[in-house]
Design a protein around this ligand. Sequence first.
Ligand code: ZN
Length: 261
Amino acid sequence: MRVERILAPNPGPFTGPGTNTYLLEVDGEVAVIDPGPVDAGHRRAIVDALGDRRAAAVVVTHTHPDHAPLANPLARELGCPAFGYAPGPEFDPDVVLADGSTVRVGAGELEAVHTPGHADDHLCLRLGDVLFTGDHIMGGSSVMVDDVAAYLRSLERLRGMELRRLYPGHGPEIDRPREVISWYLAHRRQREQEILAAVESGARTVGQVVEVVYADVDRALWPLAARSVCAHLRKLAADGRVRFGGGGDGDWDAAVSPAAP
Ligand SMILES: [Zn+2]
């Protein structure tokens, strides 16, 4: 097995240095994982890196715009199917992968592990003790989460696997998977405690919670933080620990209050 990384030219606040496109080679056959955005130069870089090896599959971890849009056109060019959990805004899988489905690459079997949380349609992809984590786990930063309860369950599931290395959708590879997964779990639980404490000490809107919990974070990231706070508040409300009507995702003015005693 061999893994090559090709960095897409889309750096930014959501994408770090850019999206990692991976070429996973087994026995001379290659799976392209997360081809990224539609970009002629990036597409050329992927095709050049493939050389005369056979492409067995194009696989996407989830349908966000920095991961999936190039998948269908690239799969057509390479003459192989595009695989993913579900259709998305700019992606339509030729083959749908359910949890536990596999993609054959040479003699290897790349296994789909459904990991909702960052996105409902998110897959991690496992080959032996190596896991491609998409945006479920990123190299060196915390992750934008839409469904906190699902995200924590998905992390717990990954923590139970025997893994040697993680290849994230952004940032560098990770060689101590269990430590890093435990950090992510602890980080989420700490955020939850901080958000609950902010509500209990008087924050009454999503914006007020953000101002307390993310006081030391660049204000440019506060709209993003508001989405994360809403996700946490939905979970806390489901757990009966706060009252939260919801409001649109990341709604700054959405009201929150402590649960009735
Ligand atoms: Zn994403």
